[in-house]
Ligand binder design. Structure first.
Ligand code: AMP
Length: 305
């Protein structure tokens, strides 16, 4: 089966939400997206951790079938991110970012992972994303994620790497920040003009909007009564999506539409627990039954107009 290579951050997070708080909880863009993608396809993960990285966290990734041979352990502490949410759960407020071992991180893709059919450049510095692209041999499909920090501080590097990917996944605030355009459809068109054939705009609890060449698609998010911790929603969405594409072995419009649904479904579980708890407890059976009710909810009747 097609393997997905994921490069991104592996972190310990301190998180506070209206439902409680956790400290030094497993997180990071590569962690969430790899766990999500592993529900559908084999995953190899490249990143860096410090000597404080817990053996139990490594075991968790391995237990999920993730190839962690590209996860380097270096002297120092694991990347640390502290954030909180209040009011609008779609907006993460960063309190502190400690790069730690991430400061000197230069991703080296092990030679046996250099021909990935599917590549996910999870959220890290755009220059590092570009360095990964320099090392791999023409992936069949490349997806990129980013964040407001890089849009504000590394715009040029981000635009350079955007040119080289097939699909960009951004949230509504990011796409507006990047383009200066308020209309999401127009902003997505602008991003597409910079390189990616397809752009996905995530809208948190309002779902996602996808723009491809000559087509568009939108989907709702699963309506949840309680979002316990939104951290990792975006990463799980993208991970679930690329995992699904890899499993299908296709990246055409139909496959992309389905993959977006799969990504949204996985993300709906992630936010129901702190850190990776709900995501790691997720089974195919639970996914299937939520999908069935979501499908019934989303069905729109034909009307006479
Ligand atoms: P999201 O899916 O957007 O909620 O991603 C949340 C994850 O992003 C957290 O687990 C953080 O550890 C990670 N993160 C936060 N800031 C950065 C950064 N500057 N670079 C890479 N990862 C980050």
């Amino acid at each position: 089966m097609n393997q997905v290579l994921i490069v991104g951050s592996v972190a310990y997070d301190a998180l506070k939400t209206p439902f409680g708080s956790v400290d030094r909880a497993l997180g990071g863009s590569a962690t969430y997206s790899s766990l999500a993608a592993s529900l559908f396809a084999p995953v190899a993960m490249v990143g860096v951790v410090g000597t404080d990285f817990r053996a139990s966290d490594l075991r968790l990734l391995v237990r999920k079938g993730i190839d962690t041979s590209g996860l380097k352990r270096e002297a120092g502490k694991t990347f640390f991110w502290k954030g909180f949410y209040e009011g609008d759960m779609n907006v993460a407020h960063t309190v502190r970012t400690e790069l730690n071992v991430f400061a000197g991180f230069d991703p080296v893709i092990p030679s046996r992972l250099r021909r990935p059919p599917y590549l996910f450049l999870a959220n890290i510095h755009p220059a590092l994303q570009a360095s990964v692209l320099d090392q791999v041999d023409k992936p069949r499909y490349t997806v990129l994620d980013t964040m407001n920090l890089w849009i504000q501080t590394q715009r040029k590097a981000l635009l350079r790497v955007l040119r080289r990917v097939d699909l960009a996944v951004l949230n509504d605030q990011e796409v507006r920040l990047l383009t200066g355009i308020t209309s999401l459809a127009q902003a997505a068109r602008k991003v597409r003009s910079w390189g990616p054939r397809t752009v996905i705009v995530k809208k948190g609890e309002h779902g996602a909007f996808v723009a491809g060449p000559g087509w568009a698609f939108m989907t709702h998010a699963v309506p949840l009564e309680r979002v316990v911790d939104p951290t990792g929603a975006g990463d799980s969405f993208a991970g679930g999506m690329i995992g699904y594409l890899a499993r299908e072995g296709r990246t055409d419009e139909t496959a992309l539409r389905k993959a977006v649904l799969a990504g949204g479904l996985v993300a709906s579980f992630t936010v129901q627990g702190f850190s990776v708890r709900a995501l790691t407890a997720l089974t195919r059976g639970r996914l299937r039954s939520r999908y069935e009710s979501f499908r019934r909810m989303s069905e729109i009747p034909r009307i006479r107009v």
